[in-house]
Design a binder for this molecule. Structure first.
Ligand SMILES: Nc1nc2c(ncn2[C@@H]2O[C@H](COP(=O)(O)OP(=O)(O)OP(=O)(O)O)[C@@H](O)[C@H]2O)c(=O)[nH]1
Ligand SMILES: [Mg+2]
Length: 426
């Protein structure tokens, strides 16, 4: 009972930092004033009202958030990229697909719940950041960080294929009992069932899961009483069986009323396929007004089933109709096992690592690798700055610990040079 989709998402890259210098009238070469690049937009998955399936995400495509803009002179920060919101139904589980399996990112239970599925890259520092007493006119800046890119797997978990809705006391528990092996409590007073009860309906070789959605009450959509909770359950079914109490004073008005509540709660719920069944036709009083009731329903444009949940009359026909409708609305069911419920936090990226590869010491430091020369930077200056940053980051200690000796080769990205001992000025 899943509705599934897999999409690739790419957060925005951070904007590049700027290399710029102040231009002042009588100062030929002002100080550095290159601003920071903007942050890249993130990809956010959010449970929204009005969304009832993952249908629109089934065609594979890439969802990208906007990249951050470049920094500018006068210490101007580049504009941040906009987030992109992937709207999904409440009850959607979001997972990241990785080489070694899947990891759970979030279970978006309630409307409004959201998770950042891919984080936007940070903006790069402008050259202002690299000014120091010994280098007052740095011509280097940092490139923006790449936005995260991941394959997302989303699943809307349904509580059942079909949900029985209707007024309290309409006979929902009785119908579930008549059609499945479930044995919910049945009583002649309303609100007997407070939690959804599930039963498996078998028709020949085929089965589906049917749930009694506890009684919908007036004002439910406004969050009154238990109603809201019930509507949320109803959201997580594919087909609704709308059970109408034939012995009520005005069955048609009851039915319209329930539909209004559904629509007020969520438009998607109101447009869910619905099969109407008038119950309790075994009762004399119901039989007496049945002709008039049928007429009324025909006028209302409703094709109803007439059943007695108590003695089983009409129940097999109703179940066959439910199965037929389920087949019409159900997408290809992927075979899935219960997902692992491991919450794996993202590893916080280490600022740098040093490893020995052959006779080289390889530094992996994403923040440093993003350093780039501005238009007029010399390779020497770039090297000088990197050296400076290496000292600032404490990388020399790490190199020492990894066994580096003065004169050993050190590599960072595409650059290699000979290491000079910490403190030892070249
Ligand atoms: N005569 C007759 N009585 C029925 C029929 N279906 C249900 N009832 C009676 O109606 C009353 C309510 O039935 P339930 O099945 O508990 O109704 P429900 O919709 O589950 O009610 P709640 O869970 O309280 O909202 C009980 O007294 C049932 O015996 C039917 O087809 N014919
Ligand atoms: Mg009940």
């Amino acid at each position: 009972m899943y509705d599934k989709a897999e999409i690739r998402v790419k957060a925005g890259d951070g904007g590049d930092g700027a290399v710029s210098f102040r231009h002042e009238k009588y100062v030929p070469f002002g100080g550095p004033d290159g601003g920071e690049g903007g942050k890249g937009g993130s990809v956010v998955v959010r449970a929204e009202a009005g969304i009832d399936s993952l249908r629109k995400y089934r065609q594979s495509r890439v969802y990208r958030a906007e990249s951050g803009h470049r920094g500018q002179g006068s210490r101007k920060h580049g504009r941040n990229g906009e987030d992109i919101i992937i709207e999904v139904p409440a009850g959607t589980i979001v997972k990241a697909v990785e080489e070694d399996g899947e990891s759970l990112l979030a279970d978006l239970e309630a409307i409004g719940a959201e998770v950042i599925a891919a984080r936007g890259g940070r903006g790069g520092w402008g050259n202002t950041h690299y000014a120091s007493p010994t280098n007052q006119a740095p011509k280097i800046a940092q490139k923006g960080e790449k936005g995260e890119e991941i394959l997302l797997q989303m699943e809307m978990r349904l509580i059942a294929d079909a949900g029985i809705i209707g007024y309290p006391n309409a006979g929902k528990s009785t119908l579930l009992t008549a059609a499945s092996a479930a044995r919910p409590k049945i009583a002649s007073y309303p609100f007997t069932t407070l939690e959804p009860v599930l039963g498996v309906v078998e028709i020949g070789q085929e089965t589906f899961v049917m749930a009694e959605i506890p009684g919908l009450i007036e004002g439910a959509s406004a969050g009154r009483g238990l109603g809201h909770e019930f509507l949320r359950h109803a959201m997580r079914t594919r087909v609704l069986i709308h059970l109408v109490d034939g012995s009520s004073a005005s069955p048609v008005a009851d039915m319209l009323h329930v539909n209004e509540e559904l629509a007020r709660f969520d438009a998607a719920l109101a447009s869910r396929p619905q099969i109407v069944a008038v119950n309790k036709i075994d009762l004399q009083e119901v039989r007496e007004k049945l002709a008039g009731l049928k007429q009324e329903l025909v006028v209302a444009g409703v094709k109803a089933h007439y059943i007695s949940a108590a003695n089983g009359q009409g129940v097999p026909g109703l179940m066959a109709e439910v199965l037929k409708m389920l087949k019409a609305v159900t997408p290809e069911q992927p075979k899935v096992e219960e997902p692992l419920k491991i919450f794996r936090p993202r590893p916080a990226g280490a600022r740098f690592t040093v490893s020995r590869v052959g006779d080289e010491f390889v530094i992996s430091a994403p923040d440093l690798e993003r350093l780039t020369g501005g238009p007029n930077v010399s390779p020497n200056e770039l090297r000088w700055q990197i050296d400076h940053q290496i000292r600032k980051l404490g990388l020399n200690k790490a190199l020492e610990k990894a066994g580096a000796r003065p004169g050993d080769k050190v590599r960072l990205g595409k650059m290699t040079w000979e290491w000079s001992a910490p403190g030892g000025k070249k």
